[in-house]
Design a protein around this ligand. Sequence first.
Ligand code: A3P
Length: 275
Amino acid sequence: EWDGISYPSFIPFREKGAEKVMQDIMDFKSRESDIILATHCKSGTHWGYEIIQMLLRNTTELEKGVKSNSMLEGIGDLSSLDSTPSPRILDTHCKFKYLPKQHIEKRNKIVHIVRNPKDVCVSFYHHALKDNFINFNGSWNDFYELWMSGKLVYGAWYSYELEIEQAEKDIPGMIYTCFYEDIKQEPVKEIKKLADFLGVECSATHIEDVAKATSFKNMQEKKFDITQIFDGKGFIYRKGEIGDWKNYFTVAQNEQFDIQFNEKMKDSNLKLTFA
Ligand code: A3P
């Protein structure tokens, strides 16, 4: 745990000390071409990563292995990223205030994906059940209660999203926010918008090919999934759908969730689809 938030145990807090791990991220030396992919867990990080790497590298090949970097907070020695060629894609679930200071000062690009928190919660539940670094073995109801208490690893979804929304207002143009549901429903349109933000020029055909190559089916079939280490087959590419929450939330849970959501997000301009 650090600064009131708990983290999964693959983050080298024990080896390096929590303070040092987080300080090293904040002190990380940024390059102007670095792209930070900032997401709350289970919002489509692996998907976004592949889309970004295909756009930047003008390819439709899925990256071999997981991603070239594991999450910033999972890398013990950040100087190991010195040898990664530019442009580097640095993904992290850490809150905005812990992102590399230089990246923010230089106004380098940040891509942020948001997903309906009810689907995030269900996706997170399935992940937590199987991930030994999280070590959860309760029921759906138990997990739901943990979510509602804001005590899950990486902290509450609300504080994550509110903080990054504030940063978007404070520093216009630095953060590009896109929505999981929009990418799912209109991948070509959304990938084009992302390419524009990244300053990448590419043909309409290439955008369509990227959309196909990063479809859930293709990624589930072809992408190496690091979570194989836990269950033999991996669980990052689980279902990839909008609205799976309806298969889990009871009517009472849904009502309670909405009340909490409306209260916590009352000052937010985030427009979310609860379909
Ligand atoms: P589900 O558990 O609902 O299936 P993250 O990468 O942040 O851990 O997010 C994982 C979630 O994104 C999982 O959601 C996963 O299936 C979904 N996902 C991964 N690749 C996807 C893709 N190409 N299209 C749609 N959803 C995808």
